[in-house]
Every structure is written in structure tokens, then in C-alpha cells.
Design a protein around this ligand. Sequence first.
Ligand SMILES: [Zn+2]
Length: 274
Amino acid sequence: MKLYLGPAGYCASAKEGGALGSFMRLNELGLNAQELEFVQQVYLKRDAAVEVGRQAAERKIRLSIHAPYFINLCSQEKEKLAASKKRIADSLDRAEALQAEGPVVVHPGFFQKRPESECMQAVVDACFEFSAAYPRVVLGLETTGKHSAFGSLAEILETCSRVGRKNVVPVVDFAHIYARNNGRIDFGAVLDEFLSYGYTSLSAHFSSINFSEKGELNHLPISENKPPFAPLAAELKKRSSKFDSVHLICESPLLEDDCARMKAIIEEEGLKLA
Ligand SMILES: [Zn+2]
């Protein structure tokens, strides 16, 4: 099992600016992944993305991308759907330029009173288009944290399996699943359900999280133990022969500091980063 771990966003403690500074800091900390946050907008031009990708490869940092939040593939309004698809397409285009091995992570959409089956079909249809248009990069559908959003673990696994393409994969956000379940999560069961769909490469997000009856509110530092990380590390260890790779992005507000904490816990389990 090749294990990749890094922050969602640039390292706060980097001595030099930009992507290269962040990658150098990750090297110092012994971390090997980073997610580029396009959450407000796709800020990176294509030329710049080629250069960032080169720097990441040199520093052996495995990249993924978080696509903008303003996406709703379940929308019945043509303009909103087109704008959503454009944001995903732009993100996939930059992933190609970056030669990112990790996925472009997307929150698929919101129900807005549309039945689940219709929402799923809309997401499946869009995924077929992206899969064909961007065959060299991976689109990741993330488990979402709010009940109003399409994206329970079951919905994400079923959607990806209906698409049935290697470059459309589930992204498991453990904090979101915990928030949806009112503060409960069985890590072993989640991993086994994921494996039961035939996936052996896991892309995942982890942090602690605040939630209400509607679902997620905000991400919290790892030390809050909501949920705790050590049990997940232990369940991954038990299944290390079943996974080819695990790409773990820490969404804590403490970024690389919390990645370092997670790395220590992983190593206590006897696992090592790739
Ligand atoms: Zn997300």
C-alpha cells in the first residue's frame, strides 16, 4: 500500500512563497501530497499549472485538486448546469497540465427537491462527458457533509459504479460521513464498503468537524478527535494488503502541522509514507 499524505492548500509555514515553497516545506516534514484548492475559483492558468506540476514532480509531491464549491450537476437550470460543468472542465484541464495523479475532487450537487434517482442520473451523465473529454486525469466524486447535498457514501459508490470508468472514482471524506451520521463512524465498515466496489486506490479527506442536525458546519483540528484519526490508521493497517494506494488529504485548519500529527500516528501503526 503506497501511502500519500498532505494538506488541503499551501503550507502556512513555508519559508518561500508559491507552490515551490510549499513543496519544499512538505519535503522538510516528510510529507508527500498536496491538494490545490480551486474552491473559490480556478486560479491557476494553464502555463502556470505546467510549471507547478514540474516542481511537484521534482519534489515527489503527489497532487490533487479541489474543484470550486459553486457546482451543482443536479440543477435543472440550464445556465447553472453549464457553469458547473465549465468549472469542472477547467479544473480537469489544469489537472492535465499539472499531470496530477490524484483526482479533481468535486461535490456533485444539491437535491433541491429533485428525487435521488434523477440527481444520480444527472451526475452519471455529466461524468460520462468528463471521462471521455479528459481521459488522462481522474475525476473524484466526494462524499458530502450536508443532508441537502447529493453524496452519501452509498450514493457516491453507486454513481461511480454506474459510470464504470477508471477515471471516475469515489473520494471518501471521513469527516463528512461522521457529520452526516451525527458523530458516528465505523472506519472499518466504510473501508470494506469501498473495497467491495472493486476499488483498490483510495482518495480521502480527513479532519475533525463541527456539525448540526443539517450536517457539517466547519472543519476542526485533528486534536479535537471528532472523529479521532488513530482508529482509521489502525483500520487502514489491517487492510494494507488490499489497497494499492491511499491518498490522504488533511483538511484541518492547521494544515501541515496536523499532517505531521497524522504522520506520527500512521508511523505508530507501523505504516510508512511512500
Ligand atoms: Zn470537499
